[in-house]
Design a protein around this ligand. Sequence first.
Ligand SMILES: Nc1ncnc2c1ncn2[C@@H]1O[C@H](COP(=O)(O)OP(=O)(O)OP(=O)(O)O)[C@@H](O)[C@H]1O
Ligand SMILES: O=C(O)C1=C[C@@H](O)[C@@H](O)[C@H](O)C1
Ligand SMILES: [Mg+2]
Length: 172
Amino acid sequence: MPIADNIILVGPMGVGKSTIGRILASLSSREFKDTDHVIEARTGANIPWIFDVEGEEGFRTRESSVLKELVEQPQLVIATGGGIVTQSINRSLLQQQNCVVYLTASLEDLIKRTCRDKKRPLLQVGNPEQRIKELMSTRDPLYREVCSLVVSTESKSPKQVAEKIIQLSQQL
Ligand SMILES: Nc1ncnc2c1ncn2[C@@H]1O[C@H](COP(=O)(O)OP(=O)(O)OP(=O)(O)O)[C@@H](O)[C@H]1O
Ligand SMILES: O=C(O)C1=C[C@@H](O)[C@@H](O)[C@H](O)C1
Ligand SMILES: [Mg+2]
C-alpha cells in the first residue's frame, strides 16, 4: 500500500476504534483523527447534546461531512463513529477507500464495555444489552459491505490488534 494511504477503522461502539486507532497511528507514522472527536470539537458540544438538540439526523449530517473531509487528507488513521455505515452516502465513500478495517468483538465484550456508559445516546432507550444485539444484527452486514479487512480484537491487546492491522494492510 502506498505510504500516503489512510487506514479507516469501522465497527461497533466499544470495539476499540479510538484506543487502537491512536496506537496504530503512532506505530505507522500517521496522524490520528476520530470523527466523533472532530464533530465535538467543531460543535463545541458533546454527542449526547447534539442528539438532544439536532436529533440523530443532525448528527449524521455532521458525521458525513466530517468523513468526506477527512478521507481527502493523506496519511491518517481515521476512527469512525459506530453508526457511520447506516448512511448510504458514507458506505459509498468508504467503499472507494483502499484500507477500511472492520474491528470485531464478541457481543459479550461489547456489552461489558458499553452498556453502563450513560454517554451513548443510542443505548439510553430500552434494555442496553438488547439494543447492542439489535444494532449489531442490522449493522454487521453493513460493516462487511464497506471493509477491505476484518480484524478480531478478541483476546488481543490494543497494541497487538494495531500490529495485526499493519501486517494485513501491507498485503492489500
Ligand atoms: N483490545 C481490547 N481489549 C480490552 N479492552 C479494550 C480493547 N480495546 C479497547 N478496549 C476498552 O474498551 C473500551 C472502549 O474502547 P474505545 O472507546 O476505543 O471504543 P470505540 O470503538 O472507539 O467506541 P465508540 O464507538 O464509542 O467511539 C475502552 O474502555 C477501552 O479501554
Ligand atoms: O453507534 C452509533 O450509532 C454511535 C456511536 C458513537 O461512536 C457515536 O458516533 C454516536 O454515539 C452514535
Ligand atoms: Mg471511539
